[in-house]
Design a protein around this ligand. Structure first.
Ligand code: ADP
Ligand code: ZN
Length: 602
């Protein structure tokens, strides 16, 4: 590959015209033999940071990755671009492994993917001694951190790379690493490394958090109105919810399947395979699903239940829109989420310090869910990044109305207090709101709560608003919910300040729901295509599906959605014009150019 520049490789092999962010700097640094640590969010474009230097340097680039399940697809995608790539892991039959090793010795490979345990074996190290190595790329480098949740002991031993092959540059890459983890990666794996830290913003993801009313119906509406026929992930907390929701979606004509740790392993694997291999499928899953899912064309991630931390929310929503095209992160959220997550923490067997930490993380997540200002600003601030309102979240697109609800809050708090005084160990939300609204239910009459001074004082406020207010009071620790006793409500210490008029309470209303139709273009989306383009896009997808099936690879390995959308919009009339479509490198132009032109003109 001599005589080539980083720019020409990007253009000819990958089909992109310009580098993103600091890709260029990383590539120059590593190609020149330096060590680097690269932090970029999922979908940020880490891969070319090691793939291009591997192509520019002599010898084979050795990529260490713990995600064995992904290697075959990664290699298929590279071969699709004309890159000589292979993998070595336990899933490969011995004869094929021997063939890969022979190709490495002959210098016939540009890139080889290895599992860390294999790399640590003496046999494999001897093999590498016999090869010319262009670089070592250590993917998911945060696995080296003993304190992280993905710790892998083999990663700690990868220090052998710099000892045994001191002259080979190393590049460590990850999408999740706080400052201590970054330090650990550098200390354990690298030498004089340059650190490249990208913004964690995912501008193509639109964040929305909606009031939870009838979550299944809301979800169905969201999918059928905004993402018909598109791939998405739906997360729910409980296994039975996962199964119910998957059945419900299927009953309404959506190609959905379930995934959770309690399922039969074969069924689970098959559902995951279908999700990956076929287009437009929805997977309903617990958070057991996701590690190592790098399907680039996931158009939405929906949460039916709130995650327990912002890290979790960011990681899960980050599985949407890796290809850079517009994607949705959509969540339903209600009082039950607050109660349930607090309960899970309180009932866990962890020690007090851990419970306090978990509670603080949950509170940060609640702050995000309750926010009236830009969600992205809050998300990024949580990761230490300052930013300005984004214009691509629900709060930016349709700012909630905020009104002073201190009076109503006092009514609600007093009502909780009076009911409890008058009725033993207290009452849950529904009853308290009935009393406030002056409804003469059986229960109200039975307890004589129609004689309370707070009976009917809130008749002018709709029930939904009372629920909203109550949720906000619970989220702010002004009201406690006793989940061991039928979710009865209790005033928390801090509520006194509200009752005494020393603390203001605001109520946030969302005037209209934000729908996908009115979205401004932040990356193209199938829904934003004009009818003629949409028709062409459908034909291109159908063609791509055939190609993928006949070749036994996932559709996105053939061509990405974003590439098809760009073709559908631009209708390029010639090979020259096709060349300017992002994602069409020389190999793909040679393989598919004529067919694409025929589809465009046909
Ligand atoms: P990750 O950081 O998650 O590993 P990838 O390397 O898979 O991300 O890249 C995400 C997507 O961005 C891929 O579809 C990739 O082809 C695309 N991409 C990477 N670099 C560029 C670029 N310079 N221009 C356009 N698209 C790019
Ligand atoms: Zn915003």
């Amino acid at each position: 590959m001599n005589g080539r520049t980083a720019q020409s490789v990007l253009r000819e092999v990958f089909g992109y015209s310009s580098f993103r962010g600091f890709q260029r700097e990383v590539i120059d640094h590593v190609a020149a033999g330096g060590d680097a640590l690269v932090l970029m969010p999922t979908g940020g474009g880490k891969s070319v940071c090691y793939q291009i230097p591997a192509l520019l340097r002599r010898g084979v680039g050795v990529v260490v990755s713990p995600l064995i399940a992904l290697m075959a697809d990664q290699v298929a995608a590279l071969r699709e671009l004309g890159v000589r790539a292979a993998f070595l892991n336990s899933t490969l039959p011995p004869r094929q492994a021997a063939a890969v090793e022979a190709a490495m010795r002959r210098g016939e490979l540009d890139l080889v993917y290895l599992a860390p345990e294999r790399l640590l074996a003496e046999r494999c190290q001897r093999l590498l001694d016999e090869c010319q190595i262009a670089l070592f790329a250590i993917d998911e480098a945060h696995c080296v951190s003993q304190w992280g949740h993905d710790f892998r002991p083999e990663y700690g031993q990868l220090a052998v790379l710099r000892e045994r092959w001191p002259d080979v540059p190393r590049i460590a890459l990850t999408a999740t690493a706080d400052v201590p983890t970054r330090r650990e990666i550098v200390e354990r794996l690298l030498v004089d490394a340059r650190m490249f830290v990208a913004s964690f913003d995912r501008p193509n993801i639109r964040y929305r958090i909606v009031e939870k009313r009838e979550p299944r119906e809301q979800l169905l509406r969201f999918i059928s109105e905004e993402h018909p026929g598109e791939a998405g992930i739906v997360y729910a907390l409980a296994r039975h919810t996962v199964e119910e929701v998957a059945r419900f979606l299927v009953a309404h004509g959506i190609a959905a399947a379930a995934y959770h740790a309690g399922m039969d392993a074969a069924a689970r694997t098959e559902n995951q395979r279908l999700f990956k291999a076929e287009e437009g499928r929805v997977i309903v899953a617990t958070i057991a699903f996701g590690m190592g899912i790098d399907k680039p064309d996931v158009r939405f991630v929906a949460h039916l239940d709130m995650p327990k931390s912002i890290e979790g929310y960011f990681q899960e929503t980050g599985r949407a829109g890796r290809d850079g095209a517009a994607a949705d992160a959509w969540m339903t959220y209600g009082l039950a989420d607050v109660v349930q997550q607090r309960r899970l923490i309180e009932m866990s067997e962890a020690d007090d310090a851990y419970k306090r930490l978990s509670m603080a993380k949950l509170d940060a997540m609640l702050g995000l869910a309750e926010a009236a200002d830009c969600r992205r600003v809050r998300l990024l601030a949580y990761f230490g990044e300052a930013s300005a309102p984004c214009g691509n979240c629900d709060n930016c697109l349709s700012p909630p109305q905020v009104r002073d609800a201190s009076d109503d809050a006092r009514k609600l708090l007093s009502c909780i207090y009076r009911c409890r005084q008058a009725g033993g160990f207290g009452f849950a939300a529904t009853h308290v709101i009935d009393v406030l609204r002056g409804r003469l239910t059986d229960k109200v009459q039975r307890f004589g709560h129609d004689r309370l001074s707070t009976f009917g004082v809130g008749a002018d406020v709709p029930e939904a608003d009372w629920r909203l207010l109550l949720r906000q009071l619970v989220a702010q620790h002004l009201v406690e919910v006793d989940h061991q006793r039928f979710n009865v409500l209790r005033l928390a210490e801090a509520s006194r300040a509200v009752l005494r008029g020393e603390r203001r309470v605001e109520l946030r209303h969302r005037p209209v729901t934000v729908r996908g139709k009115s979205r401004p273009a932040k990356g193209t989306t199938a829904a934003a295509l004009d009818p003629a383009a949409a028709e062409l896009f459908d034909r291109l997808r159908a063609w791509r599906g055939q190609v993928a099936r006949s070749r036994g690879v996932p559709a996105y390995v053939v061509l990405h959605d974003s590439t098809l959308q760009a073709i559908a919009q631009a209708r390029p009339p010639s090979i020259e014009a096709l060349r300017s479509i992002p994602g069409l490198g020389e190999r793909r132009l040679a393989n598919y150019g004529a067919q694409l032109l025929a589809l465009v003109s046909g």
